[in-house]
Design a protein around this ligand. Structure first.
Ligand code: 16G
Length: 245
């Protein structure tokens, strides 16, 4: 990023030249996913460009998803997202799915507590008047890439200690004989609101998938009511269809 890389007389507007230079550095691997970019002031000094020009160039790369800005910590090269194909006909957990792919699982907890249920939780879980709900909210990531926000609600009678769930909810349920064996899942389209988009490291307004899962124990009792937001740029959901009778 030396000053002589940018020319007033050819190559288009200076911010476009900077955009191109950074995009090339990402494409060639000179800048790798997760690398941080020097602060605006430093970048301006390195390139001899004005701070306004640097800001415009960086903003354009953020808009196209090649850079991500994290409030308070700077600008980074965005993780490369490879689309994942997810079978819809199997009742698996996020951890199981990722391990099967040989990928690392990380969860960032947003909350994990027992509390009085909201009306939709009472209905979905079939709770009684004084029943409490265990609520687990987390951002699920794989190999450092945030993929989904999951908000799971369970009867507190089944999970009185949500803080015990470290990695896999289903593993904790299985160890207690409460592994769900059947689930109904609904998928709909959603544009990600600013707050959710930030948690997922994408631009506000991009396409997401809202997934609602209600899971059952062999007895027919509802064990889980989970509302998730999955990144639309990261998932392909696939299901095998059979000829209708
Ligand atoms: C999946 C399920 C979610 C379940 C979670 C458990 C969808 C849309 N969601 O992500 O309902 O709570 O797995 O994962 O498929 P865990 O065992 O890794 O915590």
């Amino acid at each position: 990023f030396t000053p002589d890389a940018f020319s007033e007389t050819g190559g288009g507007p200076l911010y476009v030249q900077l955009h191109r230079r950074i995009a090339e550095a990402i494409a060639s691997g000179e800048l790798k996913p997760g690398d941080s970019l020097p602060p605006e002031r430093e970048l301006a000094a390195m390139t001899g460009l004005s701070r306004v020009t640097v800001r415009k160039g960086v903003e354009a790369l953020v808009a196209s998803g090649q850079l991500v800005q994290k409030r308070g910590s700077g600008t980074f090269v965005a993780p490369r997202v490879e689309r994942l194909e997810q079978a819809l006909s199997l009742l698996t957990s996020f951890t199981e799915d990722m391990r099967r792919r040989g990928m690392q699982v990380e969860s960032r907890w947003l909350s994990r507590a027992v509390m009085p249920p909201a009306p939709e939780e009472v209905m979905a879980l079939g709770l009684g008047a004084n029943d409490q709900v265990a609520r687990l909210e987390r951002v699920r990531s794989s190999d450092g890439v945030p993929l989904a926000i999951e908000r799971a609600s369970l009867p507190a009678s089944i999970l009185p200690d949500p803080e015990r769930v470290e990695t896999s909810l289903y593993a904790v349920l299985a160890s207690r004989g409460h592994r769900p064996v059947r689930a109904v899942q609904r998928i709909s389209a959603a544009n990600l609101a600013e707050k959710d988009a930030m948690l997922l490291g994408v631009l506000a307004g991009v396409a997401g998938l809202r997934i609602e899962r209600v899971s059952y124990l062999p007895s027919g009792q509802v064990v889980e009511f989970t509302r998730s937001l999955y990144r639309g740029d990261a998932y392909d959901f696939a299901v095998e269809l059979k000829l209708a009778p």
